[in-house]
Design a protein around this ligand. Structure first.
Ligand code: AMP
Length: 183
């Protein structure tokens, strides 16, 4: 978990390779569907472009489908999911059904000025449609309103580890792996 621009995607890719498990990014799955023009992509695009969350029913169904694929049997790393309380509850049910459980929840902490700067830089480098100043502002607001409070849910279950997301990519990865190993 962590606000847009915290480095979730970058870190999740490296950490998943390190742990030898599948990396599931709901943002990447949505973007792939948008790119391919699938019905899911057509439905999701307007939300992504506006910086709003895709409805829970759509997102949950996509994750359910993904985590039942064979490469997820040994375990997986979720990146950008769950983001709402309804997704937390749905994930609990999916995991119970498949015999999995959440081992740890990593929250990458970063300062707002840093994330805005990173997102504007990413806009210049990668041209992501949702990295414009107005949409970035909205994505940060949505995160603060809907997702930040969820860290308390996982802290209450004693699953949350907070990791400082500021610094070199390799250094942040080292911190995450150390936090996971310490469990
Ligand atoms: P991300 O790449 O994680 O920043 O996600 C990009 C966009 O995809 C978000 O701004 C949302 O529009 C959508 N999205 C990704 N994950 C979720 C989720 N768990 N629930 C709802 N919308 C999501």
């Amino acid at each position: 978990m962590g606000p847009p621009g915290a480095g979730k995607g970058t870190q999740a890719s490296v950490v998943a390779v390190n742990l030898g498990i599948a990396h599931i990014s709901t943002g990447d799955l949505f973007r792939a569907n948008v790119g391919e023009g699938t019905p899911l992509g057509i439905e999701a695009k307007r939300y992504l472009d506006a910086g709003e969350y895709v409805p829970d029913s759509v997102t949950n169904a996509m994750v359910r489908d993904r985590i039942t694929q064979p490469d997820c049997h040994p375990g997986f790393l979720l990146d950008g999911y769950p983001r709402t309380l309804e997704q937390v509850n749905e994930l609990d049910m999916m995991l119970t059904a498949s015999g999995h459980a959440v081992d740890k929840v990593v929250e990458l902490t970063v300062d707002t000025d840093v994330v805005v700067e990173r997102l504007l830089k990413r806009a210049a480098d990668q041209g992501r449609a949702d990295d414009t100043a107005a949409v970035i502002r909205r994505r940060l607001e949505v995160y603060a309103e809907q997702t930040a409070p969820l860290t308390a849910v996982y802290a209450g279950r004693d699953l949350l580890v907070r990791v400082d997301g500021l610094g070199e990519v390799a250094e942040v990865t080292r911190r995450i792996l150390a936090a996971l190993a310490g469990s």
